[in-house]
Design a protein around this ligand. Structure first.
Ligand SMILES: Nc1nc2c(ncn2[C@@H]2O[C@H](COP(=O)(O)OP(=O)(O)OP(=O)(O)O)[C@@H](O)[C@H]2O)c(=O)[nH]1
Ligand SMILES: [Mg+2]
Length: 282
């Protein structure tokens, strides 16, 4: 039986830890078992119970205080994550082996982890070896997405994670509850964006012809391949949270093999078994 994982990623402060605790509460309310693993070696506080915590393995403070290393906070974090990548047996031991489990990995906010460092890719491959189906969940703060150019850079960040990890990815705009009704209306066009018309809206503002061409090429690429969409995430809206969870479940086929009835004992030739009868309508 497969196991299921969400890799919760995104820039610093985008709401990863809040997303995890919101999901946990939601899971409880619908009677589902979802657990969280903290993978942020710099985390000091989180409002959810953890199944495992990377700080048991290594902490940023210890790395920064080490006289032979002398790292700052960001270099220290990268060092911690590289150390983690050479010690996946710690994670294996912490996870145990519960079939059918569903785990959220609350990742750190350093964007370089998702753009060019190999650690997250190594983690994904390791999880896949342990029979996990992994979905990337990339969070971007909606406050920073209400303008075309900010939006394009958010899309590029999500895209580079998608390209480097090679797993299904669901992109989410967080903190929707903080938007004014006007901004909410405005942001609708960014959820399922038409990049070409977005470009047209802003072409006046672009002075440089070269920059205009480059932006147009990027927008075209995103649009032609329908590569990036966003789901809104409002932590106060239970129905919206459910929709996000359903999208993610669908991308990793969670639940498809859950509702299997026990096959009846018959003397029938197994080749003639009507497989439809073995499955309940969901
Ligand atoms: N109103 C509102 N605030 C939010 C939401 N999500 C996160 N926040 C706030 O945004 C801040 C950052 O949220 P975190 O969940 O810690 O973000 P993070 O991505 O885990 O941050 P790092 O781990 O430091 O990268 C906190 O003050 C949260 O309370 C949301 O949906 N609505
Ligand atoms: Mg966090």
């Amino acid at each position: 039986m497969p196991r299921f994982a969400q890799l919760v990623m995104g820039p610093a402060g985008s709401g990863k830890s809040t997303y995890c605790s919101t999901m946990i509460q939601h899971a409880e309310s619908i009677n589902r078992s979802i657990q969280v693993v903290n993978l942020d070696p710099a985390a000091e506080y989180f409002s959810y119970p953890v199944m495992a915590d990377i700080r048991e393995l290594i902490q940023v403070d210890d790395v920064m205080e080490d006289d032979s290393l002398r790292f700052g906070p960001n270099g220290g974090l990268v060092f911690c994550m590289e150390y983690f990548a050479t010690n996946f047996d710690w994670l294996e031991e912490s996870l145990g082996h519960v079939e059918d489990d569903y785990i959220l990995f609350d990742c750190p906010g350093q964007i370089e982890l998702y753009t060019h460092l190999p650690v997250m890719k190594q983690l994904v491959e390791q999880l896949q070896q342990w029979e996990f189906r992994v979905c990337g969940v990339f969070l971007v703060d909606s406050q920073f997405m209400v303008e075309t150019f900010k939006f394009i850079s958010g899309v590029m960040a999500a895209l580079s994670a998608m390209v480097s990890l090679e797993i299904p990815q669901v992109n989410i705009m967080t903190k929707m509850d903080l938007l004014s009704p006007k901004a909410k209306k405005e942001i609708e066009k960014y959820l399922d964006p038409d990049m070409y018309s977005m470009m047209e809206d802003n072409s006046v503002a672009m002075r440089s012809q070269k920059f205009h061409k480059l932006t147009k090429a990027i927008c075209g690429l995103i649009d032609d391949y329908s590569m990036v969409r966003f789901l809104p995430f409002d932590r106060t809206d239970e129905e919206g949270i459910n929709i996000v969870l359903q999208h993610i479940d669908f991308s990793i086929q969670y639940g498809e093999d859950l509702e299997v009835k026990e096959p009846r004992e018959t003397d029938e030739d197994p080749m003639n078994t009507n497989y439809d009868e073995l499955f309940q309508d969901s």
